[in-house]
Design a protein around this ligand. Structure first.
Ligand SMILES: [Zn+2]
Length: 289
């Protein structure tokens, strides 16, 4: 039977700690490389016999394992990640990271509520020394966005939610993204596309990437800088099917890896075009009815 071992190896004090990324570009590269290694490791299971192994080196001091006493090390994540609560998207695991590397916030639909913004503000204000990157990570098949898309497509389904304020807060915040994605798809493929059997799925998947991009844009406006070497916001969608992070770009429609947040309205138009033209979305609505 094929097996995969992912080992967190707690190095001794003599082993030098893995260097922290010195700027946002280095932090982005480290996360993209980490996800690539994770996805490649698991993909290799499908065409290799025996077992595969990956070792993630952890500085034991990050767990308070210091010689001569239980002194707790300071918090020093190089990236803050806003992800969905979905249990299939374990953030540290999919980026090949260990303790004290990532400041993680997870909430259904990875939206920017008050508590999320407050947590990010804490990280930006107090962890400036190590923090280089803020990531918004959506994922394919997101239940929160699927629910919002279904409410949009069938408003009568909204009624059962009318008195459930906690759920309404999440869904209401997503509806603007669903609406924009629907307009984009209909603009590209014609209004009849809404009767296509693949339309609902295309709307959900296009909304997932747009939602992550919009959150990253908002974070960049709120906390980021115009200097690309300083704190930057990036985004992407974790694909449950391949375990890779996907971010369509005009220059690279099937782009793998996290990408910088759109800079302005023109950046969102460009992203919308890239989403529509990507194989992932186009294949859903270009098959025969
Ligand atoms: Zn989700």
């Amino acid at each position: 039977m094929k097996t995969v071992d992912i080992t967190y190896r707690y190095e001794t004090q003599d082993t030098p700690a893995i260097p922290r990324p010195s700027d946002s570009g280095a932090a982005l590269l480290r996360l993209n490389n980490g996800n690539h290694a994770f996805a490649t490791l698991l993909k290799s299971l499908s065409h290799e016999s025996g077992g595969v192994q990956q070792i993630i080196s952890v500085d034991s001091r990050d767990l308070g394992l210091l010689p001569g006493g239980e002194v707790v090390r300071e918090q020093r994540p190089f990236a803050a990640i806003l992800g969905c609560s979905d249990a299939r998207v374990p953030v540290e695991l999919i980026f090949n990271e260990g303790p004290n590397d990532l400041f993680v916030i997870r909430v259904a639909g990875n939206g920017l509520g008050t508590e999320v913004l407050g947590s990010l503000k804490y990280a930006v204000d107090h962890l400036r020394g190590s923090l280089k990157l803020i990531v918004v990570l959506g994922h394919s098949g997101c239940g929160a966005i699927t629910a919002a898309a279904d409410v949009f497509l069938n408003p009568a389904g909204y009624l059962p939610l009318a008195t459930t304020h906690s759920l309404r807060n999440i869904l209401d915040g997503l509806l603007v993204v669903i609406q924009a994605s629907a307009r984009k798809i209909q603009g590209a493929f014609g209004s009849d596309i809404s009767r296509h059997p693949g339309y609902r799925q295309a709307l959900i998947e296009a909304s997932i990437i747009t939602n992550a991009a919009l959150a990253a844009y908002s974070i960049q406006q709120e906390f980021g800088t115009s200097d690309p070497t300083k704190l930057q916001a990036v985004y992407g969608v974790y694909l449950l099917e391949t375990r890779q992070v996907w971010t369509p770009r005009v220059s690279e429609l099937n782009g793998i890896g996290l990408a910088a947040a759109p800079r302005d309205a023109a950046g969102f138009v460009e992203l919308g075009d890239a989403i529509i033209r990507s194989d992932r979305i186009a294949s859903l609505v270009q098959t025969k009815k």
